[in-house]
Design a protein around this ligand. Structure first.
Ligand code: COI
Length: 376
């Protein structure tokens, strides 16, 4: 058996746009609406493996209406960011984790897997090509969206024999329209995002479309996003756009709780980074300044526990984490017709999220050197 070619960075072909645009001022950016001049595309077929990669002008794809992606949602994606430090150095944050997760997602929906290092090399080439689009302002970055779709013309249900991997880039600021201010969540008991044995732990397009209508409902009630709950106990899971952390007072200590990766929760890169920073602080490996006596728990937590913590004055803060969301404080959760009010500190950040945010963003932007920051 002859192995089919994997992704081959040395076959990259460039076509430069004839109509280069000037990146808009960072202040005017609305998350996810602006795209850079070029994109990366790599075709795949079951007969020929991965074909020649191209960096070409950003523009429409040509797809058959019978393409599997359009019928059965054979689509996966990733979210990563490229940052520019004060010296002009461009970096990615833990991109190996995105490549690994994208392969896991591909395998879950029978799309082809690929050589992570080869794709990362090509993504770096694309970012280098588009480096003038990376905003310089704090809190801003170039959002990178690797995507893979099934393109075979076929309306039966099977692993597609053709696929397309593409990567587009979007200069961004804050994800939520109110900037970096605290947001309100709606603890929905009417709909679910994921179930045991389902696809909640993978970054699939199919996990997101069914959340749009509930989100619209939440917005009508005055909340920014849905908080997805699980089971009759109403276990907190995640938000869809971010993972969740709850901070509780426990005697003299403070407990940082996040729901465990139980197959229903997306294994977020920022989630992992927050946990790692907090655990290193606890073990004394790497102390974060001004962080209280901390207990770090990956454990199930119910809405009842959050409600009781509010009543007893033990609810310290609650925040979301994500590539797009970075660290987003939450000041209110609507639940069973009432609002749970959550304390927020100055700028929304609390005693745990503040030092973690400082450390995380420092490592992302390159002001705090770390192995997580990978040069482009
Ligand atoms: C990200 O945080 O990068 C995500 O992919 C969430 C997204 C749905 C905006």
């Amino acid at each position: 058996v002859v192995a089919l070619p994997n992704i081959q960075p040395d076959r990259l072909q460039y076509t430069k746009t004839e109509k280069p645009r000037t990146p808009p001022p960072s202040k005017s950016l609305v998350f996810g609406h602006t795209f850079t001049d070029h994109m990366l595309t790599i075709p795949w077929s079951s007969l020929e493996g991965w074909g020649a990669p191209k960096i070409e002008p950003y523009g429409p794809l040509s797809l058959e209406p019978s393409s599997t992606v359009l019928h059965y949602a054979q689509t996966i994606f990733e979210g990563m960011k490229a940052y520019r430090d004060e010296h002009g150095n461009v970096t990615l944050f833990r991109p190996d984790m995105n490549m690994k997760r994208m392969n896991t997602s591909a395998a879950r929906v029978a799309l082809p897997t690929f050589d992570s290092d080869a794709l990362l090399q090509l993504i770096k080439k694309l970012i280098h090509f588009e480096r003038d689009w990376i905003p310089k302002e704090p809190g801003h970055s170039l959002y990178i969206r690797p995507t893979m779709i099934g393109t075979q013309k076929f309306i039966g249900i099977a692993p597609p024999s053709e696929a397309l991997l593409f990567v587009i880039c979007s200069p961004v600021g804050p994800y939520y329209p109110d900037g970096f201010k605290p947001i309100a969540l709606y603890g929905t008991t009417e709909y679910i995002r994921a179930a045991p044995g389902g696809t909640g732990a993978y970054k699939l397009g199919v996990n997101y479309a069914p959340g749009v209508m509930p989100q619209k409902h939440a917005a009508q009630l005055g909340y920014t996003q849905n908080l997805w709950l699980h089971g009759p106990e109403h276990y907190l899971t995640e938000v869809g756009t971010m993972n969740l952390f709850v901070v509780l007072k426990k005697g003299d200590a403070i407990e940082l709780v996040t729901p465990p990766l139980d197959g229903m929760i997306l294994p977020g890169v920022t989630r992992d980074s927050v946990l790692s920073l907090a655990r290193n602080h606890v073990s004394g490996n790497y102390k974060l300044p001004n962080l209280p006596n901390l207990i770090v728990s990956e454990r199930p937590i119910t809405m009842n526990e959050v409600q009781e913590a509010e009543t007893s004055g033990n609810l310290v803060e609650l925040f979301g984490s994500g590539t797009a969301a970075i660290i987003t404080p939450v000041n209110r959760i609507g639940y069973l017709g009432k609002d749970i009010h959550i304390p927020t500190g100055e700028d929304g950040m609390g005693p745990v999220s503040r030092p973690i945010w400082t450390e995380l963003v420092g490592r992302q932007m390159g002001s705090i050197p770390s192995e997580w920051s990978v040069p482009v």
